[in-house]
Design a protein around this ligand. Structure first.
Ligand SMILES: N[C@@H](CCC(=O)N[C@@H](CS)C(=O)NCC(=O)O)C(=O)O
Length: 213
């Protein structure tokens, strides 16, 4: 029987990794379809008819034919659909959502952009890199203060807030951001990496399409 989920993405993409990590931690096998960004596949009508923003990731839920876009919204969908990592109460779910918005406002742009410039797939000079470094430091101070005395970002267990933010900070090294001074963040990263089903970006996202094992 084919896997329930089909993840369309690119192996270098942080937002694609977030969705793959969620599926892996939830124990959900998925077919992986490589989208050829170099050849502009994501801007062609067949892909745009499934992903209106012309971006990766795109998740297809074959149980109901839904096509889902935007990694944070996909994480919320999966938490709901699979009954995992959504938060234990309404208040936790609301806090989780706050962190998802915070990530894409404060943390992800700084890390992803710095990484993109350094790896050569985004434009930007020294000034942009300095701006990213200052914003990353500010966001990391916020997260580090928040994690003092806590194992997880929200509540007593892993949530999609942890998965979403891990999916940014895993690229800190490539963005030349040193996480060592942020002791609470460093300890939390290790907790995420010890979760059953955890996989690194390399382990989860191949360079070519792959069917679920
Ligand atoms: N907010 C989106 C961002 C997705 C995104 O930036 N995807 C990049 C790859 S990492 C992409 O598709 N870039 C090609 C483009 O935007 O044309 C999400 O979280 O899903």
């Amino acid at each position: 029987m084919p896997a329930r989920f089909e993840l369309n993405g690119v192996f270098l993409s942080g937002p694609t990794y977030k969705v793959g990590l969620m599926l892996a931690l939830a124990g959900e096998p998925f077919d992986y379809l490589h989208v050829n960004l170099m050849e502009g596949e994501h801007k062609q009508p067949p892909y745009l008819s499934k992903q209106r923003y012309g971006q990766v990731p795109l998740l297809v839920d074959r149980n109901n034919g839904r096509h889902l876009c935007q990694s944070a919204a996909i994480l919320e969908y999966l938490a709901d659909a699979l009954g995992r990592f959504g938060g234990a109460t309404l208040d936790e779910r609301l806090q989780v959502r706050e962190w998802l918005y915070w990530d894409f406002d404060r943390l992800a742009p700084a890390i992803y952009r710095s990484r993109g410039i350094r790896l050569g797939f985004m434009k930007g000079g020294e000034e942009s890199l300095e701006f990213c470094a200052a914003n990353a430091a500010s966001a990391l101070r916020t997260l580090d203060r928040h994690l003092a005395g806590k194992d997880w970002i929200v509540g007593e267990g892993t949530t999609i807030a942890d998965i979403d933010i891990y999916g940014v900070l895993v690229y800190a090294g490539e963005a030349a951001v040193d996480l060592a001074p942020y002791l609470n963040v460093a300890a939390w990263l290790k907790r995420v990496e010890a979760l059953p089903g955890f996989e690194s970006p390399k382990g989860l996202l191949p360079a070519a399409s792959r069917e679920a094992a």
